[in-house]
Every structure is written in structure tokens, then in C-alpha cells.
Design a binder for this molecule. Structure first.
Ligand SMILES: [Zn+2]
Length: 191
């Protein structure tokens, strides 16, 4: 499936002055926020973040997505070069409405893993196929990756990118998402 570059513009944010790049893949628009110019020798601080409208934009405490994004940007603020790949795969790839349905099930005591299965979705429906093309576009070969998710590590390594270092993300714990975070550790093998 091809990854097509569409446009680029400046995007100053609260933490970092980025250039925002928009790509099309699978009929979906994805964003890549880049700080600095890259050379092949660079080891680039990188975050691959999957869209979570409720967490990223609405300050939801049901998950840890918003604080993870903020943690990543704060780290990027201290670097000359950084890459934030923002993939539009809401609700672990099942979409916004299905995510809210899964929340409804979770309100009755089902965990996030089983809720997706009950709705007929894979526990995690995200895919990272476009990452190889994105890193190629920016001529990046080596990264320091901010993640707790082993699936992302293997997807990036399969794309031929060297992960020099994994940087754990410690952010976003609160009483409302304690069970959610424990499920990520127990059932999604998060680190
Ligand atoms: Zn979230």
C-alpha cells in the first residue's frame, strides 16, 4: 500500500516548533511532525503515536494517551532533531464510535482487551505498515524510540530501522485508568 506525501507547513506548538507533513495511506490522512533537518547518521528521538481524540484533545482520564503525547513533546523540546509520527488509527484501529462502545462495555466491568473482542474486533487493530516509507522519506535510519509497546518496536525493526535506545514513557497514571494500564501490561505485553 503506497504512502503519498501531500503537503508540509510550519506548526509551532506549545512545546516544539515543528514542520507538519501530511501523508495519505489507506485512504487516511496521517501527520508527521518533524523538528530539524535529518542526516542519515543522525539518531533521531522518535515517537509513534496513534490518534486518541478523547485522550489527546479532550483530557480524558480513561487512558494515558494525552500525557504520553505531552511527555514526548517535552522530551523533543530538549533535542535539536525529533520526529513525531501521528497515525490516524483511533481506538487501537477500531474507530471512535467502536471505542466508545468498548468504553460502554468497560463501564460494566469488561477490560479493554475483552471489550474489543466482544465487539468483533481484534484486541489491537493498529498497523504500522507505513512507518518504513515515512522513515525513508526523511532519510532516517537510526532512532531513539519513546514507547512502552513491544509491537511498535518489532514493526519498526522490521521496517529496517535501527532502534538505538528505547526510552520508557512514564506519564499519565491516574485512579481512573489504573485498570486500563494494568491490562496493557498483562494482556498487551506492555513494558
Ligand atoms: Zn487514549
Amino acid at each position: 500500500m503506497s504512502v503519498i506525501f501531500i503537503a508540509k507547513a510550519k506548526l509551532p506548538t506549545k512545546y516544539v516548533d515543528f514542520d507538519v507533513h501530511v501523508f495519505m495511506h489507506n485512504e487516511q490522512e496521517h501527520l508527521v511532525l518533524a523538528k530539524g533537518q535529518f542526516n542519515q547518521e543522525d539518531v533521531v528521538l522518535t515517537r509513534v503515536h496513534s490518534e486518541c481524540l478523547t485522550g489527546d484533545s479532550l483530557f480524558s482520564l480513561r487512558c494515558d494517551c494525552g500525557p504520553q503525547l505531552e511527555f514526548a513533546m517535552q522530551k523533543m523540546a530538549k533535542q535539536d532533531k525529533a520526529l513525531l509520527i501521528y497515525l490516524r488509527q483511533e481506538g487501537r484501529g477500531i474507530g471512535l464510535a467502536e471505542k466508545i462502545k468498548a468504553y460502554q462495555l468497560q463501564d460494566t466491568g469488561v477490560d479493554t482487551y475483552d471489550a474489543n473482542l466482544k465487539l468483533g474486533h481484534p484486541a489491537d487493530n493498529r498497523n504500522y505498515q507505513m512507518l518504513g516509507a515515512v522513515f525513508e522519506h526523511f532519510a532516517i535510519k537510526n532512532i531513539n524510540l519513546m514507547t512502552n509497546n513491544p509491537d511498535k518496536i518489532s514493526a519498526i525493526e522490521q521496517a529496517g530501522i535501527n532502534i538505538n535506545k528505547r526510552i520508557p514513557i512514564k506519564a499519565g497514571h491516574n485512579p481512573h485508568n489504573q485498570h486500563y494500564l494494568q491490562t496493557k501490561i498483562d494482556k498487551f505485553n506492555h513494558l
